[in-house]
Design a protein around this ligand. Structure first.
Ligand code: GAR
Length: 210
């Protein structure tokens, strides 16, 4: 049984999608905790409603990034996770933290990586005239929004899209993509070969929602 800890900063809709899929699809896994860095994050309420433990590690109460990450790791490790998921966790993590969870730390990012790492992905995609946008689930490495890709979802950019409209479309895709990729992971259906992740059963690691 995998033990999953989900890190959040706010709304937690991706965390919710994972919690629901874990139960509905009988993953060989349990979401053991939702850990956040912002007091009052909606994700805490969602987790508590599912009987899942929550913990707050408030970044404003730590003098440095390293001190925050050390406390975060201490709290996470208290739940003995085999898999840690970033789901809208809006803090840049230190190399030490990433290395501590090497190979068991995944992220979802709202762009088709390697395009548009960082913030404001939807506005940047619209301004660049992109016709496609989407989301990526990847293994976290010390380089921000970079690492072997488990799966990607593609949606169209419509004429006249606002960043909010595109964000809504991508988020709906994220709610399908993250559970799909994590479900494969906990069932041992993915093989990491250098920088490339393959589904051992040959499933398409692409959701084309265009
Ligand atoms: C999601 O769109 C996620 O991809 C993004 O934040 C949102 C969180 O929503 N993550 C990042 O931008 C990380 N760099 P949620 O809290 O409702 O899951």
């Amino acid at each position: 049984m995998h033990r999953i800890v989900i890190l959040v900063s706010g709304r937690g809709s991706n965390a919710q999608a994972i919690v629901q899929a874990c139960a509905a699809d009988s993953w060989p896994a349990q979401v053991v905790a939702v850990v956040g860095n912002r007091p009052g994050a909606a994700a805490f309420e969602m987790a508590a409603g599912h009987g899942i433990a929550t913990a707050l590690v408030d970044h404003t109460r730590h003098a440095s990034r390293a001190a925050f990450d050390a406390e975060l790791a201490r709290v996470i490790d208290g739940f003995a996770p085999t898999l840690v998921l970033l789901a809208g966790f809006m803090r840049i993590l230190t190399d030490g933290f990433v290395q501590h969870y090497a190979g068991r730390l995944l992220n979802i990012h709202p762009s088709l990586l390697p395009a548009f790492a960082g913030l404001h992905t939807h506005r940047r995609a619209i301004e660049a005239g992109c016709k496609l946008a989407g989301a990526t689930v990847h293994i976290v490495t010390p380089t921000l929004d970079h690492g072997p890709i488990l799966a990607q979802a593609v949606v169209p950019v419509m004429a006249g899209d606002t960043p909010q409209a595109l964000s809504d479309r991508v988020l709906a895709a994220e709610h399908q993509l993250y559970p799909l990729a994590v479900g494969w992971w906990v069932r041992g259906q993915l093989q990491v070969d250098g920088g490339v992740v393959r589904h051992t059963g040959g499933a398409a690691q692409l959701l084309l929602l265009a």
